[in-house]
Design a protein around this ligand. Structure first.
Ligand code: NAI
Ligand code: MG
Length: 538
């Protein structure tokens, strides 16, 4: 088992990142480890945060035990700052999925979890939340090390929300109940809400812990057992979190974690005959495969959180400085690796020129560098594939004659850092306006009136989210009703409260996660009908 300390890697990373070269524009601070344009940000980014974390868990977690893969195989997991291997992790495949599913099946059919009082379940979820809170900085450091996201974002925003999500679901555990209904006849009818059984869950790499919470929280609150497959890029934090769940008193077999690749472990889970439900977050293409595998096997119900091309609409009455900042955040947050990224910035023609100048200035002031440094807004992309994909789309934008306002290349020669990039003069039929880029590339489009922007915003196969920026309540009401998306943020963006449902229209997905709506994904509905012996009491 790997047990490397991150602090030693961090000190090495300083010399690595100081090798970053160039090419970001006239104000780029050559020779420094951080790409920045504004001296105001300089003081803030110097200090290196050095959390201490060890990689203690690299095996599969099946039936409460850490075990090697049946094949004995392992695969490397990387530090996106450098591309260096940070650990070798057990590589689960179909055989390991079989083992994990039988553990989860037995735990569901015979074990305590579905039979435990819901109050007891909620107490375990609360104990887990307390432990996760205690280990906030270690979990955040491991997340940053494996994913490349800014440590401050992970530690101060994502981990607190992670903890909050489990407390939210702990609150639900003992409030899930059915109904009685009045039938048209002499019958007493109860509608029972029961756990669905063994839940298969496949998560992506952009928010490894957050996706763990969105999936595991409602499934456990409802009394199910779980086999969760992590993304091959980011296997580490789910193993740590699942270990903490067992420390919190979760009995074995209820939460099983299999690391491994999609076409092997993921496909085996989606097509398994003993899995009662599958929940997936990732690309639309893989979502289609997962749905097909589920339907070809046992018709298990599927929830899908897929890609997006979310419009962010800046109206003519908007406060431009605020709109620029919010549009910047909507796109660049998490290195642009968000399913709901506001990746089509529609700006009214009357404020377009001013907006472009300010959006460009804001992108140029974005601090990019070692995500463990204070004040860093953007770390590396996750891996060489995503990095190459983003650079391909940037080339495509240039070739299709969008105007490259800033950025456009990589930073340095090591790791997967991409310059914050802004295109203006983007047209609807360009690939950068149609496809999910999943990187720090803002595309700005000009529009004339509301009817036009509604039509253009909706003319996409996706329907995940939208941002609307206006001071006019009538404009806001018109847009929020007209946009065919699962979430509309008005004068805000990326507000991810535990109670707010999230999911997509159209090819952005099926079903909703978070909030009360997420519970239905993990419940069966049973009608129980009993004759009433004395119809006088009907
Ligand atoms: P992906 O959708 O292929 O991977 C997501 C998860 O699905 C991973 O756990 C992966 O191992 C698993 N998977 C892959 N192939 C599978 C299969 N045949 N059967 C079952 N599971 C499978 O996404 P990928 O390849 O990492 O990224 C490609 C693009 O997807 C990104 O560039 C981005 O556009 C989009 N994406 C969207 C995300 C979202 O939050 N909606 C998250 C990650 C990626
Ligand atoms: Mg893939």
């Amino acid at each position: 088992m790997a047990a490397r300390r991150i602090s030693s890697l961090l000190s090495r990373s300083l010399s690595v990142s100081s090798a970053f070269s160039l090419s970001l524009g006239k104000n780029f601070n050559r020779g420094k480890s951080i790409h920045r344009f504004s001296t105001a940000a300089a003081a803030a980014v110097e200090e290196l945060i050095t959390p201490t974390v060890q990689i203690n868990y690299t095996q599969l977690l099946i039936n409460g035990q850490f075990v090697d893969a049946a094949s004995g195989k392992t695969f490397p997991t990387f530090d996106p700052r450098t591309g260096e291997v940070i650990a070798n992790v057990a590589e689960g495949d179909a055989e390991d999925i079989n083992r994990a599913v039988s553990a989860a099946r037995k735990a569901f059919d015979e074990g305590p979890w579905p039979r435990m009082s819901p109050y007891e379940r909620s107490r375990i979820l609360l104990r887990f939340a307390d432990l996760a809170e205690k280990h906030n900085d270690e979990l955040a450091a491991l997340e940053t090390w494996n994913n490349g996201k800014p440590y401050e974002q992970a530690a101060k925003a994502e981990l607190p929300l992670f903890v909050r999500l489990f407390r939210y679901y702990a609150g639900w555990a003992d409030k899930i109940h059915g109904l009685t209904v009045q039938a048209d006849g002499p019958h007493h009818v109860q509608i029972l809400h029961e756990p669905i059984g063994v839940a298969g869950q496949i998560i992506p790499w952009n928010f490894p812990l957050m996706m763990f919470a969105w999936k595991v929280g409602p499934a456990l609150a409802c009394g199910n057992t779980i086999v969760l497959k992590t993304a091959e890029q980011t296997p580490l934090t789910a193993l740590f979190a699942a270990k903490l769940f067992h420390e919190a008193g979760l009995p074995p077999g209820i939460l099983n974690i299999v690391s491994g690749y999609g076409p092997t472990a993921g496909a085996a889970l989606a097509s398994h005959m003993d899995v009662d439900k599958i929940a997936f977050t990732g690309s639309t293409d893989t979502g289609k495969i997962v749905q097909e595998l589920a339907s070809k096997s046992n018709l298990k119900p599927v929830t899908l959180e897929l890609g997006g091309k979310s419009p962010f609409i800046v109206c003519e009455d908007a406060d431009i400085d605020q709109a620029v900042e919010l549009a910047h955040f909507a796109l660049f947050f998490n290195q642009g690796q968000c399913c709901c990224a506001g990746s089509r910035t529609f700006v009214h023609e009357s404020v377009y020129d001013e907006f472009i100048e300010k959006a460009k200035a804001r992108a140029l002031s974005r601090t990019v560098g070692d995500p463990f440094k204070k004040g860093i807004e953007q770390g590396p992309q996750i891996d060489p594939e995503q990095f190459a994909k983003v650079l391909r789309y940037i080339r495509s934008g240039i070739e299709s004659n969008a105007t490259l306002e800033c950025g456009g290349g990589r930073i340095g020669s090591k790791g997967y850092f991409v310059q914050p990039t802004v295109f203006s003069n983007v047209q609807d039929d360009m690939l950068i306006a149609k496809d999910e880029i999943f990187g720090p590339v803002q595309s700005i489009l000009k529009y004339k009136d509301l009817d036009e922007v509604i039509r253009r915003a909706n003319s996409t196969r996706y329907g995940l989210a939208a941002g609307v920026f206006t001071k006019n309540i009538n404009t806001a009401n018109t847009l929020t009703r007209a946009l065919r998306v699962g979430t509309v943020w008005v004068n805000c963006f990326d507000v991810f409260d535990a109670a707010i449902p999230f999911g997509g229209y159209k090819m952005s997905g099926v079903g909703r996660e978070k909030g009360i709506y997420s519970l239905n994904n993990y419940l069966q509905v049973k009608a129980v009908i009993t004759p009433l012996k004395n119809p006088a009491w009907l």
